[in-house]
Ligand binder design. Structure first.
Ligand code: CAA
Length: 283
């Protein structure tokens, strides 16, 4: 099976990044969201990033212009019939994702691969609402997508070998490195990363060290590019809390209990960089 066109559902930060890397690799990319202005904003954001690469002599103006021609804006899920690969990158909420999977199953072509960029939720459960669970797979990209090499490939209980192999090949073609993991809460990336971030928040909550000191220990001591509290702000504290809750519910172990301080910040609307304030202030 040759994949030529991709539809990305959800034009937020992750969806835009995924759309960008596929368009840069020469695929036709339908960017879909519920409102026209969200799709336009996403394409505008990608344009800015492409022209930043032109300024840095990493792309020519002509290349950037030709990449932009690969985008097709979409606000109708029925457009999915034009895609060989569909990547759902909507809000991290199982009910929303199941609803999307039911609708794309209705209109997608027979052989289309249906993927989710979920960061912690069950692929098997999403696949179960479709009539083709063997064609459903997890493709978990990392943020910022154009920079990060990894894509976690999550095999649902029913994912076929063919769909898995084809998905691995396409991920390699866009210059990323796929890594296979099984379908359990948080997969590997967030099972480990979020537990570390939650532990850093507990250390702050317990007054063991200041936020700057906690981050410095991990950047200077462990060579992490960002400290865990800065990284939590970058990911979004609501997302961190949601993933911790998924881990806690999925494994039932106290080691995944979200820190009360994380909950308090989220309840206060301090969601990190996107709201201007999280552990740090960005205003
Ligand atoms: N989108 C696209 N490109 C970006 C970007 C973005 N949001 N942010 C930075 N970049 C690019 C810059 O343009 C720059 O590229 P050029 O050299 O071509 O200009 C390059 O990345 C380096 O950027 P900077 O020099 O500004 O900053 P930096 O060296 O500190 O790198 C970083 C920034 C790549 C984000 C780095 O800090 C980093 O690796 N941080 C950790 C990121 C991480 O852990 N991501 C995983 C998050 S968890 C996740 O995604 C899973 C989940 O489910 C929650």
């Amino acid at each position: 099976m040759t994949i030529k066109s991709v539809m990305v559902i959800g034009a937020g930060q992750m969806g835009s990044g995924i759309a960008q890397v596929f368009a840069q690799a020469g695929y036709k990319v339908l960017i879909n969201d519920i409102k026209q202005e969200l799709v336009e904003k996403s394409i505008e954001r990608i344009k800015v990033r492409l022209f930043h690469q032109v300024d840095k002599n990493k792309l020519t103006k002509e290349q950037a212009a030709s990449i932009l021609l690969n985008f097709v804006p979409s606000i109708h899920v029925e457009d999915v019939e034009q895609a060989d690969l569909v990547i759902e990158a909507a809000t991290e909420n199982m009910e929303i994702k199941k609803d999307i999977f039911k609708r794309i199953d209705q209109y997608a072509v027979k052989d289309a691969i249906l993927a989710s960029n979920t960061s912690s939720l069950s692929i098997t459960e999403m696949a179960a609402v479709t009539k083709r669970p063997e064609q459903v797979i997890g493709m978990h990209f990392m943020n910022p997508v154009p920079v990060m090499k990894l894509v976690e490939m999550i095999r649902g209980l029913e994912t076929s070998d063919f769909v898995y192999r084809t998905s691995m090949e396409v991920v390699q073609e866009i210059g990323k490195t796929p890594v296979e993991v099984k379908d359990f809460p948080g997969f590997i990336s967030n099972r480990i990363l979020m537990t570390m971030i939650n532990e850093a928040i507990f250390a702050l909550y317990e007054g063991i060290a200041s936020k700057e000191a906690i981050d410095r220990v991990m950047t200077l001591g462990m060579n992490h590019p960002m400290g865990p509290l800065t990284l939590a702000d970058f990911i979004g504290l609501d997302t961190c809390l949601y993933i911790m809750e998924t881990l806690h519910e999925g494994f039932g172990d106290d080691k995944y209990r979200p820190c009360p301080l994380l909950k308090q910040y989220v309840h206060a609307g301090r969601l990190g960089k996107k709201t201007g304030r999280g552990f740090y202030c960005y205003e």
